[in-house]
Design a protein around this ligand. Structure first.
Ligand code: SF4
Length: 320
């Protein structure tokens, strides 16, 4: 099938360039994300995400471990941004997200990475932890399009995204892949330093759904548009899984694609004898799967769980 990403039309009419300028300007007193730090990133001042003007990338490569319609047969072209606008105490990528491992590059170079991954045959460009780099992504897109860039853009986010920034991304992002991490402000504050995460996240998911709707795949089962939500089950009920699934089913749609993840292990500061200091149990994951069924969520994937915790990506199983 011949899908043309929305950003091509936006570029032709000049709307992409206008939004890219607006996003750029919003960094002179940064309100790109819900933290609203109001620091001047254009002059190199740093806010919560410790990111200045230039995009910082920890790696870019062909990735085969995402959900099947994202990785497909030729892989997803992942670009991992350094730093993050959350501070999850159990983050498995904390050297990248919290210590900022990576290298600053120009927006031209970021565009070059997108084009290179397209050249390597990837199905899409998968922007990992993009929320604090939304302006740079639009600028890179503007540079890449005249060079023939035409892959779907996947916005692989923690779901801590501002509505204003999401509106600037409308039409440029083809696939939203947000998390729903918590529905309880106390847990969000304790474990990710963002007490307003539940309210922000619910509004962001509604907006993403409004923009792109249900996940659509081509004849080969490869996604080209829509939303896919991830929920990582934490031990001891700390991710409010039942409530999160209820929200998805009743406030988004029972047909939203859900990836229910069992792969939590105590990393970073979680490995200190606290309530996050163990993988989830089989019983906890079985209970989560029963809620998925109970709320009629009939699209998506879950992972196999064995005694050592979550399964590797090739054991992601279609919800039946
Ligand atoms: S993107 Fe960074 S500097 Fe801007 S508001 Fe968010 S955390 Fe603060």
């Amino acid at each position: 099938m011949d899908y043309k990403p929305g950003y091509i039309g936006l570029f032709k009419t000049g709307r992409l360039q206008k939004r890219s300028r607006m996003a750029h300007e919003s960094m002179d007193s940064c309100v790109l994300c819900p933290r609203k730090c109001m620091v001047n990133r254009l002059q190199g001042h740093l806010g919560f995400c410790r990111s200045g003007f230039l995009p910082k990338i920890s790696s870019y490569n062909v990735h085969h471990g995402e959900e099947p319609p994202i990785s497909g047969t030729r892989g997803s072209g992942t670009i991992f941004f350094s730093h993050c606008n959350l501070a999850c105490c159990y983050c498995q990528n904390w050297p990248i997200s919290q210590q900022g491992q990576g290298r600053e590059v120009s927006c031209e170079r970021l565009a070059g990475m997108m084009l290179e991954l397209q050249e390597r045959g990837c199905h899409n460009i998968n922007l990992v932890t993009p929320s604090h780099m939304a302006a740079q992504i639009l600028m890179a897109l503007e540079i890449a399009i005249p060079h023939g860039f035409n892959l779907p853009l996947v916005y692989n986010t923690s779901g801590y995204d501002s509505l204003d920034t999401l509106k600037l991304l409308e039409g440029s992002v083809d696939i939203y892949m947000p998390d729903i991490r918590y529905t309880d402000p106390g847990a969000a504050e304790r474990y990710s330093g963002a007490g307003n995460y539940p309210a922000v996240n619910k509004a962001a998911l509604r907006e993403m759904w409004r923009q792109v709707g249900e996940l659509k795949v081509d004849d080969g089962g490869i996604a080209f548009k829509g939303m896919l939500v991830r929920h990582l089950v934490l031990p001891n009920g700390l991710s409010q899984t039942k409530d999160a699934l209820k929200f998805l089913s009743t406030q988004i749609s029972p047909h939203v694609h859900l990836s229910l993840m069992s792969q939590f292990f105590p990393a970073h500061k979680a490995n200190q004898g606290n309530e996050l200091g163990r993988p989830i149990s089989q019983e906890e994951y079985r209970q989560a799967l029963a809620w998925v069924e109970g709320y009629g969520l009939d699209n998506g994937w879950h992972q196999e769980l064995d005694d050592t915790g979550g399964g590797p990506p090739d054991r992601i199983i279609k919800v039946s």
